[in-house]
Design a protein around this ligand. Structure first.
Ligand code: CDP
Length: 238
């Protein structure tokens, strides 16, 4: 818990692929007037940079600091978003393509890649209070967060949402195929040695399979307001 009244507030939202972390975190941040940190976008930006260097995938697990320090990766406020910049610019559509998505969870197993991004993630607090989403926000990056949330949803529902989000067809076959991809990524994220995906102790766990988006956002904003009020005796500052 944040003891220092002048310190920024932190909400962490962790969860598996397609659980709705990013959209939820974005909306919670918008409602509170805080910044949203999408830590997955940082892993994707580093992945894109390594892809551009042309290093074969088989070598990724052993890549060292000098490789990860070559690209300049930073965040900058843009409204309530913290925009991710790769060598000073928007990384472009490659950030979200299927190959970057697949390779990001391979890169994320490398402890040096994770260490490379730790400082960038914590620098979000330089801009004020933050809603951070990812896999290890509450466990590793912001262990003293004021509120920790862990989102889950059934595998099928997560596959369906991911297809809808990407504007792809949502039929039985596509859902099964996407569910298989997500299952594979979940396994990689949950079984890696460093910062494996899991619900941090004390987290508010919400299964969003049958909860509406607005209801889940309301619940988190309510819990955040309560936590901030308990700490400061007043509503959270914007
Ligand atoms: O949006 P989605 O859940 O599909 O993925 P993302 O949040 O953009 O993250 C892409 C990948 O980066 C994940 O599959 C994780 O392997 C990795 N990641 C991580 O290890 N730790 C984080 N804090 C965020 C992402």
């Amino acid at each position: 818990m944040n003891r220092d009244r002048s310190a920024p507030f932190v909400i962490t939202i962790d969860g598996p692929a397609g659980s709705g972390k990013s959209t939820t975190a974005r909306e919670v941040a918008r409602r509170l007037g805080w910044h949203h940190l999408d830590s997955g976008a940082l892993y994707r930006a580093l992945t894109l940079a390594v892809r551009r260097m042309g290093i074969p995938e088989i070598e990724w697990h052993a890549l060292t600091d000098d490789i990860f320090l070559q690209p300049e990766i930073s965040i900058a406020p843009a409204g309530t978003r913290l925009e991710v910049l790769l060598d000073g610019s928007d990384p472009g559509p490659g950030l979200r393509d299927a190959e970057t998505t697949r390779l990001a969870s391979i890169l994320a197993k490398n402890p040096r890649a994770r260490a490379r991004l730790t400082g960038v993630q914590r620098s979000a607090l330089d801009f004020g209070s933050v809603v951070a989403d990812g896999r290890d926000m509450g466990s590793v990056i912001f262990p003293d967060a004021d509120l920790k949330v862990f989102l889950t949803a059934s595998l099928e529902e997560r596959a369906r949402r991911r297809l809808l989000q990407d504007g792809r067809a949502v039929d039985g076959r596509s859902v099964r195929r996407e569910a298989e991809r997500i299952r594979h990524r979940d396994r990689t994220d949950a079984t890696r040695e460093v910062a494996p995906l899991r619900s941090p102790p004390g987290a508010l766990e919400i299964d969003t399979t049958e909860v509406s988006f607005h209801a889940q956002v309301r619940r988190i904003v309510g819990a955040a307001t309560e936590a901030a009020g308990t700490l400061t005796g007043q509503a959270p500052e914007k």
